[in-house]
Write a protein that binds this ligand. Sequence first.
Ligand code: KIV
Ligand code: ZN
Length: 514
Amino acid sequence: MDRLILFDTTLRDGEQSPGASMTREEKVRIARALERMHVDVIEAGFPIASPGDFEAVRAVAETVRESTVCGLARALQRDIDRAGEALQPAARARIHTFIATSPIHMERKLRMSPDQVVEQAVAAVKHARRYTDDVEFSPEDAGRSEVDFLCRIIEAVIDAGAGTINIPDTVGYSLPNQFGELIRTLIERVPNAHRAVFSVHCHNDLGLAVANSLSAVLNGARQVECTINGLGERAGNAALEEVVMAVKTRQDVFPCSVEHIDTTQIVPTSRLVASITGFAVQPNKAIVGANAFAHESGIHQDGVLKSRETYEIMRAEDVGWTANRIVLGKHSGRNAFRTRLRELGYEFASEEALNEAFARFKELADKKHEIYDEDLQALVTEASLDAVNERVRLVSMRVCSETGETPVARVTLLVDGEERQAEEAGSGPVDAAFRAIESIVQSGALLQLYSVNNITSGTDAQGEVTVRLEKGGRIVNGQGADTDIVIASAKAYVNALNKVLAGREREHPQLGDV
Ligand code: KIV
Ligand code: ZN
């Protein structure tokens, strides 16, 4: 049976969600998680878009060994050169080049004739082949392009050396039967179609991205482009977890398999992406939402207790829900700690990093007796965040909150090695803490998003906070976790400020000249 190629574009199209920009280190962490899941292709970014995106693609290319690493490029020589350069260290590299083919895009955006578009597409594919044998071509806005023109340009780019033809429904306009029909027609009518893999890339403007992608698979597509949690431009892209689980669960219908995907990595990866981007997953989201496997009605609960299959079509553990399994406690040793983290896919760079994370674990175990996998993941995330905590560090904080009184926070920070303190009042304890921190650092950054999620259940759970700051059109996300959510908030704010101060904020990829 054919293998369905999973092409993840969380780090490229996903990053185009306003506010979801990621630092190089964050992209590398997500890329590692995608590789653990055995995703076939990781689209790491758009190297020409900014120096930051170039560096991020390069860092992912240096790190990932199993999955193919892909860089996006318009059908322009300078874009392709930049992508080729960024991908140079990759074990397997793919260049994905695109040009719009719909009448409205060609006339109003590109101001080019169809002949010029074909010529440019062919030249781009030929140029990309100088860097790698693995070249993908996308006729942008294919969902609104004329079929005859699509057939013409696809035949030409396959002849020029494109091995993957990706059909994007760029504006999310297609309907499942229509999109499936389009894929089938292209495969039937393009004379050299057998020399390429047909792929689809669907946007979710009408909530149909997954349905359109699956319809395409039923009609011959063998690569699906998707993102974790359905992140992406506007309403997002097809959600990887939904595509994978639909194909896996309905093997009676699909003519291809996703057996190579380690589905138990889905929930941990979804959590990682949510925490890095600050885009929380809605509770009723399929597969990765907190309620996706929760049975509320008495009739359903009774049925599941008698036989799980009465109301469940998938097993929660198959997609990585661990049912809050207690893994470690305050008496666990360093070896057990390291071993469990290794099982979760984390390796420490040095003994020193291990010792530091282990000291944090002991602190946490004193406050919270049962430590779950999710707690460990947050802890390592925190440890890696310290790598950017070079200029500002939270030393201590005292917050007074009393009914009928204005909350006040006193914060002590270490700024460039010097201890500084401030006290501020606020409308709530978090507001007071943020004001105190800002009065010391004076960053001038604006708070765009503040979100808190509990990592596990129970009132002793750690709160995981994401803070998004904006300065001069540039955006950063900071994270922090603690059993005290006001402290978690202060840690997240400080983490975001460090990224602002270190210049790690990235311009939104679409704000550049691209
Ligand atoms: O939506 C789209 O058309 C894209 C292309 C670059 C594939 O993201
Ligand atoms: Zn897209």
